[in-house]
Design a protein around this ligand. Structure first.
Ligand code: 4NP
Length: 151
């Protein structure tokens, strides 16, 4: 799960997906998140994101921001990006066609081919974080159901 700062959207997507995988008893999938900027590396998620996730039953307080690197292409089968800008930044680090086929907009899981972005909640208020949570939750449900059927 990749966004810009790795302190709002992608740690939430990581936490929600891990939570749902645990609930579903799926143990063979590992989940991580990173940011394209590296500007917040070493930091825990934004307090607003932590608070909103907790309100919705998911603890992301201990996650730590890190920068996405080209080495991630070797470590992960799928790389979900939150918006078009993240998509460009990640694609610019890809070396091979195999790397490139791993990259997909996260919301294309729930709305295939629509190329919708998870809006950046950084500059907005609490309702922006809840909107992001709703989008992430709905999309992770679909992803986990897909994984269940392939278990
Ligand atoms: P994120 O949100 O990409 O969802 O983690 C942001 C976090 C930090 C900044 C922008 C967006 N920033 O400008 O520092």
């Amino acid at each position: 799960m990749v966004c810009l700062g790795n302190i709002c959207r992608s740690p939430l997507a990581e936490g929600v997906l891990r939570h749902k995988l645990n609930e579903a008893g799926i143990t063979h999938v590992s989940v991580d998140s990173a940011g394209t900027s590296g500007q917040h590396s070493g930091e825990n998620p934004d307090a607003r994101s932590v608070r909103n996730a907790k309100k919705n039953g998911v603890d992301i307080s201990t996650l730590v921001s890190r920068k996405f690197t080209a080495a991630d292409f070797g470590k992960f089968d799928r790389i979900y990006v939150m918006d078009q800008s993240n998509y460009r930044d990640v694609m610019n680090l890809a070396h091979t066609d195999e790397d490139r086929t791993k990259v997909e907009l996260f919301l294309n899981i729930s709305a295939p081919g629509k190329n919708k972005a998870v809006p950046d909640p950084w500059y907005g208020g609490e309702e922006g974080f809840q909107h992001v949570f709703d989008l992430v939750q709905e999309t992770c449900d679909i992803l986990v159901n897909e994984m269940k059927s392939k278990k």
